[in-house]
Write a protein that binds this ligand. Structure first.
Ligand code: ATP
Length: 272
């Protein structure tokens, strides 16, 4: 696996090198809602090592986004503990240890592609060659020729690639992705899956990826976390022992179908 050279603006992983990059212990999230409570997450336990590609899969409302938002310190848990490389989620957020890709690209229409990727670096007043850094990220997502275009001139898939480049602008060790390809057609999604895997292999980042699609989860992941709804729980964790690099042929392997079936069974068990 080739690693990209760390640029002057890249953010090294802080904390303990021995600790898992993400450790979740007895995590609980209860929202107060009119007339009662929603238990979005209950007794979640999970340990993720550096360089893994983890997918979270489960029915609507099972707490996938909530788990991602908790890891990103965008909401505070009502119970349990989160450690990022042995330190608090708050410290990880403050030290820009992660990039976050949302379901919708959320780009600024009046800024060019390059200026959208530059935005977080400008906001944080990051020293060094910001334009060079933004261009490097655009190259990584295959959009170096589109830096002068505006978001409305790009397809949905290209816009989502810009938002991935923007999330990578600080070159963080962790990448949180919340159903980034959910709104795209199947062919575009499969193409972006391949590109994301290439990017993951080139950069060595740890990715936590939310999806509703079993084939997408199997194709991308080193492990798949299967969640169940009401209350949101981790039903099981499936190892994906398919060889790398993965390609379109991977989807035809008998083992691919076996793992997909295993995940489907866990999802069904959670429903019953
Ligand atoms: N800020 C909030 N206030 C109250 N309830 C919330 C809040 N955020 C999430 N919830 C509830 O918590 C539960 C889990 O929501 P979450 O968005 O994490 O699910 P999800 O698995 O990501 O769903 P989807 O697949 O549809 O995106 C849902 O019942 C949701 O209504």
């Amino acid at each position: 696996m080739t690693q990209t050279a760390q640029s002057s603006t890249s953010v090294p992983l802080q904390g303990s090198p021995e600790a898992p990059i993400v450790s979740v212990r007895d995590l609980q999230m209860v929202f107060q809602v009119p007339g009662g409570q929603t238990v979005a997450l209950q007794d979640a336990n999970l340990s993720i090592e550096r360089g893994e590609f983890i997918s979270l899969i489960g029915p609507s409302g099972c707490g996938k986004t909530t788990l991602l938002r908790l890891l990103a310190d965008l909401v505070q848990p009502t119970g349990g503990q989160i450690l990022i490389a042995g330190r608090s989620a708050q410290a990880a957020r403050q030290e820009r240890q992660y990039g976050y890709v949302f379901q919708a690209p959320a780009l600024m229409e009046w800024r060019s592609v390059l200026k959208n990727v530059l935005l977080p670096l400008e906001v944080m007043n990051v020293p060094g060659d910001r334009v060079g850094r933004a261009r490097e990220m655009l190259r990584l997502v295959g959009l170096e020729k589109f830096e002068r275009n505006y978001p409305w001139q790009l397809s949905g898939g290209m816009q989502q690639r810009v938002s991935i480049a923007r999330a990578l602008a600080f070159d963080p060790p962790l990448l949180f992705m919340d159903e980034p390809f959910g709104a795209l057609d199947e062919i575009t999604r499969e193409k972006l899956n391949l590109e994301l895997l290439r990017l993951w292999r080139e950069t060595g980042k740890t990715v936590i990826f939310v999806t509703h699609s079993i084939p997408e989860a199997v194709f991308l992941s080193t492990r798949v976390v299967v969640m169940t709804a009401r209350p949101g729980k981790i039903e099981g964790i499936v190892d994906v022992d398919l060889p790398h690099p993965r390609s379109d042929e991977t989807r035809e392997l008998p083992r691919f179908f076996e793992i997909a079936t295993q995940i489907r069974e866990l999802l069904k068990r959670g429903h019953s």
